[in-house]
Design a protein around this ligand. Structure first.
Ligand code: 3PG
Length: 306
């Protein structure tokens, strides 16, 4: 019987797990569950005899993919697939997919939660700032960026977006100000919300040159990936720009050096942007359906390796 492993160090909500099992079992497959694991050995054992795997930010590197001798498909229930070694998957003839858009609203809402927390001095009671009439720049206008844009409009913010992969008219038809260069985005916006993936081009691309262009009241919001930030530049911004604030859904490697900046810095202890029942259900069920459709009908929609 085809075995589908749900491999989640950070588990989905119960309601999502139950529905994922229903979809897999209804297809005549068996669900195997490994949650909250604490060692790679547990992972290597669990993947050994399964045909399909659903993961979240769980690392599917060469070792994991090679250990999964029967693997046909791995689905990242979420957007970013930088945790999958795509070359190894391709070499082993394994299809890798993501579930784009399924958890985007949850991430966008968290970005605003963190922006409010930052603007109101971590709720310490001291006078803070309102988001209304502030400028916000979306660094990438994909699924999450679009939700952030809509919420920002509700807050009365002035919204800008930069995305070299999205046409000017597609940004403008949503009532968002288009900018053609990333430098212009950072120069115009007090709030920058990052929505770029982590890849060879973007890693460490958010550097001092860019950040120092931000106007007074600069706040960088990172619900994307820590790897896109150049942390030397980040520390330099804290030291040289006393107005600069950073909120992140991923703890930076230099977190111990940032704690002293108190209300100018906040990072969630564990990435939680997509950690809502709704996002878990949307992404988890999409992943389960994609696996069934691939194994039964060869449907490769959402494949990210070729
Ligand atoms: C994503 O890429 O979809 C988000 O970063 C969510 O990651 P998570 O599933 O590990 O919470």
């Amino acid at each position: 019987m085809t075995k589908v492993l749900l491999l989640t160090e950070k588990p989905f909500a119960k309601v999502a797990v139950n529905s994922i099992k229903e979809i897999i079992n209804a297809a005549g497959f068996e669900t195997v569950l490994l949650e909250k694991y604490t060692s790679k050995d547990e992972v290597l054992k669990a993947v050994a005899n399964v045909e399909a795997i659903i993961i979240r930010s769980d690392i599917a590197d060469k070792e994991v993919i090679n250990a999964a001798k029967n693997l046909k498909i791995i689905v990242r229930a979420g957007a970013g697939f930088d945790n999958i070694d795509l070359n190894s998957a391709t070499e082993k003839n394994v299809v890798a997919m993501n579930t784009p858009g399924q958890n985007s609203n949850a991430v966008a809402e968290l970005a605003f939660g963190m922006m409010l927390y930052s603007a109101r001095n971590h709720f310490n009671g001291k006078s803070g700032f309102e988001l209304k009439n502030k400028t916000i720049g979306l660094h990438a206008y994909g699924n999450v960026g679009k939700f952030v844009a809509q919420i920002a409009k509700g807050f009365g913010m002035d919204v800008y977006a930069f995305d070299p992969f999205v046409k000017k008219e597609d940004i403008e038809k949503d009532g968002i100000n288009y900018v053609s260069t990333v430098e212009e985005l950072y120069s115009k916006c007090q709030y920058i919300s990052l929505h770029i993936p982590a890849n060879e081009k973007t890693k460490k691309s958010i550097n001092f040159d860019l950040l120092s262009k931000m106007p007074q009241g600069a706040t960088l919001v990172n619900t994307a990936r820590k790897e896109v930030i150049d942390e030397v530049s980040l520390i330099k911004m804290f030291d040289t720009r006393l107005d600069f604030k950073y909120v992140s859904d991923i703890e930076p490697d230099c977190k111990n050096e940032l704690i002293k900046y108190e209300t100018r810095y906040y990072a969630t202890p564990k990435k939680m942007g997509a950690q809502t029942e709704e996002a878990n259900v949307n992404a988890g069920l999409a992943a389960a359906r994609q696996i069934v459709n691939f194994i039964k009908y060869g449907d490769k929609t959402f494949q990210v390796n070729k």
